[in-house]
Ligand binder design. Sequence first.
Ligand code: GDP
Length: 193
Amino acid sequence: GLYRQSREEGKEGKEGGKGMDYVFKMVVIGDSAVGKSQLLSRFSKNEFSMESRATVGVEFQTKTILIDKKLVKAQIWDTAGQERYRSITSAYYRGALGAIIVYDITKLPSFEQVPRWLEDLRAYADPGIVVMLAGNKCDLHEMRSVPTEMGRELAEREGMLFLETSALDATNVEQAFLTVLEHIYRAVSRKSL
Ligand code: GDP
């Protein structure tokens, strides 16, 4: 299950996890241009760019954090543009313990696609996966087309955590990733008892 896999990865130093207590894989999904890669670079490097990423190909970033005095390495995968071609494979989701589904609060169609991303998770990811719904670009409140309540209601209905974020001004970015990682940690450590 979730516990054994993450624990073994940490102990065996897979993906450079030597000395880590845990390695947690997370995926960031959602339509093109909603801000997935900028959220990830804000969280992992505290950087933001107005440029859209040019390269295509699945990539991940890592960031080490401390939860409950344990060293946790978050290995966070970015679709790196593959979603444009609907070519995200089951391998992308394999072993993921957490997911952030991102939409753009100024683009209703990106919100309307959230159920499709949930279907992908249900098809390919572990049923115990921790899922956060993130309404990104909340700095662009004058262009908002998805009310906060719509996001919150969908999240509640589907058992997701919910936050509105801005990769541009860093609103709730750390909170979004850390909340998911803490939920994973709690699930994993419960199983160890
Ligand atoms: P991805 O295709 O989902 O990975 O989207 P990107 O991270 O490449 O972002 C797409 C565009 O939206 C880029 O021009 C980003 O600079 C911009 N962007 C991303 N996040 C935000 C945000 O929180 N606020 C604003 N205003 N722009 C953002």
